[in-house]
Design a protein around this ligand. Structure first.
Ligand SMILES: [Zn+2]
Length: 517
């Protein structure tokens, strides 16, 4: 009797264990160092995946229909990029090979939102995608009477018009601008993109109204601040004050994009503002990218107006067109005749220790997440430059962009974690996966299941070799994909394996706020 009862008891105890171990998962990532920045897990584990979800994380071996041998490698949540501009399949692929599993256009945003999601849905993308409602698109449409049209070319073409950049909107125009943005939110936009630096002539009331709208709809704004200048007035400092003030006044969650680039060399004063605002529980979040050069259009408003060279600490020599630095004549010509041309603009010299320390101040700050500000891959043929929209892989040899477009996240792992040991691996992963998810999950429910390696979370996963993971592209030769990333999964499907990009994998899903029926 006793013996029977004991064996029954043991049998019952073993049953659940056997049920798990007997299960064959769709996929198992076996024996890797699993790091989850939320729970603090950092240990060798086996990850069992069914469909698009992580089902179990186990010490004991698991059986799977396919097995990824991750011994000696790190298994982490896929990187989430809140700030990326490229919208063609090549742009998403370059991000995928460095471990990005979700890439969102939140700073500039687009309009109309429904049309944009429809267009992206047709592109068979390997990673998840989404966008905010773009305020500049609403402004361009209001001042020009044309559009909006959810293509980057719409924004690039509008660079040759100035009214939407420099004029204060009439009450009627302001109503129209706010209406277009609100419509974008109705259609499921991920908050409001406020590319204020590209239309710095707006009235202060317009910005406050955008913040009020965000607070009312319980979404965030994503701002490229109005000014970039080391000198007052109209300084970076003043522009960040404006953002913090609007958040304090309205209660809106306001994200400050790329604090490293708009603060130029005045980062210490600007970070002091941010720290004090956070101490007072003002609802701001902040991002930065680990590069000393920006990429933007040559006709951007910050490169114009009285004394802009002094204010920006820049001459034509700071501008790089394609692989070459520009001359003053060339700069004048492009600003006049081709203002929508993308250039690389060098504002800090990363080989100069003082400048590098300024950059590190942004990147290392515990409250600042990593965002790439990824730019389009472009084809440059003499003076003719266009975004590359084809599906060749690798990208055509002449394709050009900023190295941040394919190297931001792996550069943090290489330079900050491995080479200079300024950041722990788990801290880097927190800044590149968990923090971005947490920044928007309050109003984008899908993100609650991303940025984490835990049971029940989405299987958006990157597996990389911590000893070799690296960016390869340079400012001169950016078209060199990241190395050291062995496997990338999006929604449980492999998009990168040990042979590289899986060309026919298209598991990318729209990230979108629920729209009311
Ligand atoms: Zn920007």
């Amino acid at each position: 009797m006793y013996r029977f009862a004991r064996s029954l008891l043991i049998g019952l105890l073993l049953l659940p264990l056997q049920a798990v171990s007997a299960q064959t998962f769709d996929m198992v990532i076996s024996g890797g160092r699993v790091i989850d920045p939320e729970t603090g897990l950092d240990a060798v584990r086996n990850v069992g995946i069914n469909g698009g979800s992580i089902v179990t994380i186990s010490v004991s071996p698991l059986t799977g229909k396919s097995i990824i041998d991750a011994r000696g490698q790190v298994v982490a949540p896929g990187f989430i990029d809140l700030h990326a501009h490229g919208q063609n399949i090549g742009d998403y692929r370059m991000q995928a090979v460095q471990g990005v599993t979700t890439m969102l256009e939140l700073e500039s945003g687009v309009l109309p939102i429904s049309d944009w999601y429809e267009a992206q849905g047709r592109k068979a993308l390997p990673i998840n995608y989404g966008a905010s409602a773009g305020w500049t698109f609403a402004r361009i449409a209001t001042f020009s009477g044309e559009g909006p049209d959810p293509s980057p070319e719409y924004f690039q073409k509008a660079q040759s018009q100035t009214d939407w950049k420099v004029n204060i909107a009439t009450p009627g125009q302001q109503e129209q601008i706010l209406g277009l943005v609100a419509q974008g939110l109705d259609e499921g936009a991920l908050g409001i993109g406020i590319n204020a630096g590209y239309a710095p002539g707006y009235g202060a009331k317009e910005y406050t109204e955008l913040a009020r709208l965000a607070a009312e709809r319980d979404v965030a704004t994503f701002t490229h601040v109005r000014y970039a200048s080391n000198a007052e007035p109209k300084s970076s400092y003043e522009a960040v004050q404006e953002l913090i003030a609007n958040s304090a006044i309205t209660g809106a969650h306001m994200h400050l994009c790329h604090i490293n680039s708009t603060s130029l060399k005045d980062i210490h004063s600007v970070i002091e503002l941010v720290d004090e605002a956070l101490e007072r529980d003002i609802n701001i979040t902040v991002g930065a990218y680990p590069w000393g050069a920006a990429s933007t259009v040559v006709g951007a408003a910050m490169f114009s107006g009285e004394g802009w060279r002094e204010r920006m600490g820049s001459t034509a020599e700071n501008f790089q067109l394609g692989r070459e630095r520009m001359t003053e004549d060339q700069l004048a010509d492009y600003q006049q005749n081709k203002p929508g041309t993308f250039i690389t603009w060098h504002f800090l010299d990363e080989s100069n220790p003082e400048d590098l320390a300024l950059l590190d101040t942004s990147v290392l700050h515990p409250n600042i997440l990593i965002e790439s500000d990824e730019m389009f891959w472009m084809l440059i043929d003499g003076s003719n430059i266009e975004n590359y929209a084809g599906d060749a892989w690798p990208l055509p040899q002449e394709a050009f962009s900023h190295p941040r477009s394919n190297g931001t996240f792996v550069k943090v792992l290489r330079s900050y974690v491995r080479e200079r040991e300024l950041m722990t691996l788990s801290e880097a992963l927190r800044k590149m996966s968990l923090m971005p998810a947490q920044t928007i999950e309050g109003f984008v429910p899908q993100m609650k299941k991303k940025g984490r390696i835990q049971e029940g979370m989405d299987a958006d996963i990157v597996v990389f070799d911590p000893d070799t993971v690296s960016d390869v592209g340079t400012y001169q030769e950016p078209n060199q994909p990241a190395v050291g990333v062995s496997w990338v999964l999006v929604n449980g499907e492999v998009i990168v394996d040990d042979d590289g990009l899986v060309l026919d994998a298209q598991p990318g899903r729209p990230i979108r706020r629920p729209t009311s029926p």
